[in-house]
Design a protein around this ligand. Structure first.
Ligand code: PEP
Length: 254
């Protein structure tokens, strides 16, 4: 759909200490072959971003993402890390992951402000959207995606849209081994791209990178990457296994 490299993002979630993250990066560096047509991003714990960033500086084989951030730049917000603090450390920030929405009660307003904060601080948000099992069963997938995309991008201008990545991640498919049918993914992606076109114009919809996420592994990655509207993958569990992550990256080449 666009001329970007295929984007493969590994979300490590709350796995690996600082030392383990560093060792895992070394392992990935040794094992992974990254084709020139593929951009690989890893999202370690916030604590390890500084050390991993220094570790990667020499060759920049991967880019980095944070898994979350707060939207105010600074202030009395105990325990939070702002987008402003991540600036210069990561290129991407995952925003609105279903675990943030469902386990930490993030609502559309938080997500909208976070997307805006990431863009304001010159990074790229990976805005996660996706329906729950109940919404799917009720036939409401389209409405859910429409609402989440509209709300998440409400503070963004057409000129800023080139920074936006959207990950379609059906909630019921995350970490369950129950990955979505390609026909359903194709329909959801088409809908999201059309919505972006309606909101921001044709160029924004062409520039937009759309990722699929939800129980992606070495065996099923190819089928999603073959879909016309899919520009890459957001990978959770499988990104913690270097061989499997390597297989997914290899699939992205073809
Ligand atoms: C995720 O964390 O975004 C994800 C898609 O996880 P998994 O690949 O394990 O389903």
């Amino acid at each position: 759909m666009n001329t970007h490299k295929t984007l493969i993002v590994g979300n490590w979630k709350m796995h690996f200490t600082i030392g383990e993250s560093s060792m895992f990066i070394r392992k990935l560096e040794e094992q992974l072959k990254i084709p020139s047509s593929v951009e690989v991003v890893v999202a370690p714990t916030t604590l390890a971003l500084q050390s991993v960033s220094l570790q990667l500086k020499h060759h920049r084989k991967f880019k980095l993402a944070a898994q979350n951030c707060f939207w105010r730049d600074f202030g009395a917000y105990t325990g939070e890390v702002s987008a402003h603090m991540l600036r210069g450390l990561t290129q991407y920030v995952i925003i609105g992951h279903s675990e943030r929405r469902h386990a930490f009660g993030e609502i559309d307003k938080d997500i909208r402000l976070k997307v805006q904060a990431v863009v304001r601080n010159q990074m790229q948000p990976i805005l996660c959207v996706g329906e729950t099992a109940q919404e799917r069963a009720d036939g409401d997938t389209g409405f859910t995606l429409h609402d989440q995309v509209t709300a998440g991008l409400a503070n963004i201008t057409s000129e800023e849209m080139h920074r936006i990545v959207i990950a379609y991640e059906p909630v019921w498919a995350i970490g369950t081994g129950e990955n979505a049918k390609t026909t359903d993914v194709a329909a959801a992606m088409k809908l999201i791209r059309k919505q972006v076109k309606d909101l921001f114009g044709k160029q924004a919809s062409l520039d937009l990178r759309l990722l699929y996420g939800g129980s992606v592994d070495g065996a099923n990655a190819t089928q999603y990457l073959a879909l016309p509207d899919v520009d890459g993958l957001l990978v959770g569990g499988a990104s913690l296994k270097p061989e499997v992550f390597g297989d997914i990256i290899a699939s992205a080449k073809s």
